[in-house]
Design a protein around this ligand. Structure first.
Ligand code: NAD
Ligand code: TYD
Length: 350
């Protein structure tokens, strides 16, 4: 089984490569492996931005506009590829509460279509990018890979379905699957529905920052480049088929603390904070134990939070031409639906 793996000179299929993590991954892969060729398969949903891949040449990347649920599009994109990473997903918990069906379709059925084609083609490695949210809320300790899955949102449940379906293709058909479960990412090109980019862009415009509940919900925050580097390591690491790896930063922060940091970096007042009605089923805490990844591959994250978050804020300050158009159109309607009627529970006095 310990066949040497190398993406040098190979075609790598990256689904969801126009999204936040996928596009950062494509740029990082090509910077580190200029001789590889990336095929991006992306349906360009609201979260997929073609401009996230600007600057890449046709000799480096082929873009296929298509859906992972469509076997024909998947077969076209996977042709000649030995390596597959599946980033494509509906990814936002709040939207999964509104429209859970879209999540089941892409995050479970889409994985089935990809895994079927990967089996037919006989790929060398198939990385299913899962999430730490499949463990459900972790009130104490840190979840290891052998913990029971206890997803509590339609997003997390769909991801758990895709995660275990990919694993089943290893057990049943020998598809060389590796599953990863990463904690919350932050960094450039993150769609402004998520906490960090929403709060940064709202604060720049002097708009309110809607903190759900009491702001004590905690997440482990990892810079997207560290996530991508962990995936690049796992893509070529021998003898780990059928394995699952947590990826984390061991840097837990609650929402209020991260909000305070963002306001400080932007030199904006705390009075922008509004405590608003909580997210239904809001998971109190996620925390992964990622020691297996370090033990097996030697990988450790390199970017400390202070530096990473400052650079992220600076990126949003310098790239208004990226996020301002996004915050119009579809996003505006979404924002109105999600926050327009939301009860305000409290404010911070000047
Ligand atoms: P994102 O929402 O920014 O991007 C998702 C991408 O997938 C978009 O480009 C979108 O167009 C594409 N897509 C959606 N449905 C598709 C379909 N049916 N066919 C083809 N393409 C489709 O998401 P992200 O934050 O970049 O997350 C990427 C992956 O990483 C997801 O699988 C997510 O579950 C996982 N993940 C994310 C985080 C995080 O903090 N963002 C943490 C752990 C794991
Ligand atoms: P989010 O970025 O949606 O990621 P997750 O998938 O972990 O929920 O949210 C991160 C945390 O921030 C989570 O505890 C919910 C909270 N949050 C708010 O308080 N207000 C908001 O407007 C958003 C989007 C998130």
């Amino acid at each position: 089984m310990n066949e040497p793996l190398s993406i040098a000179g190979r075609r790598v299929l990256v689904t969801g490569g126009a999204g936040f993590i996928g596009s950062n991954f494509v740029h990082r892969l090509l910077a580190k492996h200029p001789d590889a060729h990336v095929v991006v398969l992306d349906a360009l949903t609201y979260a997929g931005r073609r401009e996230n891949l600007h600057g890449l040449r046709d000799t480096q990347m082929t873009f296929v506009h298509g859906d992972i649920r469509d076997p024909e599009a998947v077969a076209t994109a996977m042709q000649g590829c030995d390596y597959v990473l599946n980033f494509a997903a509906e990814s936002h918990v709040d939207r999964s509460i509104e429209t859970p069906g879209d999540f089941i379709q892409t995050d479970v059925y889409g994985v089935f279509v990809l895994a079927e084609e990967a089996r037919r083609v006989g790929v060398k490695r198939f990385i299913q990018v899962s999430t730490d949210e499949v463990y459900g809320e972790v009130l104490e300790g840190h979840s290891t890979e052998d913990w029971a899955l206890n997803p509590r949102s339609p997003y997390a449940a769909s991801k758990a379905g895709g995660d275990r379906l990919a694993y089943a293709y290893w057990c049943t058909y020998g598809l060389p699957v590796v599953v990863t479960r990463c904690s919350n990412n932050y960094g450039p090109r993150q769609y402004p529905e998520k906490l960090v980019p929403l709060f940064v862009t709202n604060a720049i415009d002097g708009e309110m920052l809607p903190v759900y509940g009491n702001g004590k919900n905690t997440r482990d925050w990892l810079h997207v480049d560290d996530h991508c580097d962990a995936l690049l390591t796992l893509l070529e690491f021998p003898g780990i088929e059928g394995e699952t790896f947590n990826i984390g930063a061991q840097h837990e922060l609650d929402v209020l603390t991260i909000t305070g940091t963002l306001l400080e970096l932007l030199n904006k007042p705390k009075t922008l904070i509004r405590y608003v009605e909580d997210r239904p089923g809001h998971d109190r805490r996620y925390a992964v134990d990622s020691s297996k990844l370090t033990r097996v591959t030697g990988f450790t994250p390199k970017i400390d939070f202070k530096t990473g978050i400052r650079q992220t804020v600076e990126w949003f300050q310098a790239n208004e031409s990226w996020w301002r158009p996004i915050k119009q159109g579809e996003f505006r309607e979404y924002y109105e639906r999600m926050y327009g009627q939301r009860k305000v529970l409290g404010e911070v006095k000047a």
